[in-house]
Design a protein around this ligand. Structure first.
Ligand code: CO
Length: 151
């Protein structure tokens, strides 16, 4: 191995942990006018200091017809958060205000829009089942997935 290649290898090895952390501490979820998320399972690296979810709505329908958000709660609390969110109405983004069962949630967006939420993975526990879903009325029957804390 040449001296310059060895030096390059050392630089890459130093840079990789930083790159890996940046890549693993964020996720982009796409949603559409067919009432779908493009992912059903998420694993959050417990070593992340913060985790950022970007939600994109690639459809064309407005928020009052095909609104989407990304809401994180436990599997246990899902039903209550969903039902009380529906009752809270569109003005509250279909979430009960200050609902402490909600671990993280984006704004409700319409077609062509994008939104983000950042939260602390320390709010999650290993071995607990979490779900992410869209709280727009009726959407969580399809727009729902599992999330867990991993390594
Ligand atoms: Co939705």
């Amino acid at each position: 191995m040449s001296r310059s290649l060895a030096a390059l290898t050392a630089v890459v090895a130093l840079a990789l942990p930083g790159l890996a952390a940046a890549q693993n501490c964020e996720a982009t979820i796409t949603s559409n006018d067919a009432m779908q998320f493009d992912t059903k399972e998420m694993v959050i690296d417990k070593s992340c200091e913060n985790y950022t979810v970007t939600l994109k709505h690639v459809g064309k329908l407005p928020v009052n017809a095909m609104g989407h958000n990304w809401v994180l709660t436990t599997a246990e609390n899902f039903d209550g958060v969903m039902r009380e969110g529906m009752a809270a109405g569109v003005a509250n983004g279909y979430l009960k205000p200050n609902d402490d069962r909600v671990i993280a949630a984006t704004d409700l967006i319409g077609g062509g829009e994008e939104t983000q939420v950042t939260f602390d993975p320390k709010l999650l526990q290993e071995g607990t089942d979490y779900v992410f879903f869209c709280s727009f009325p009726g959407h969580s029957s399809i727009m729902k997935g599992t999330l867990k804390l991993g390594s």
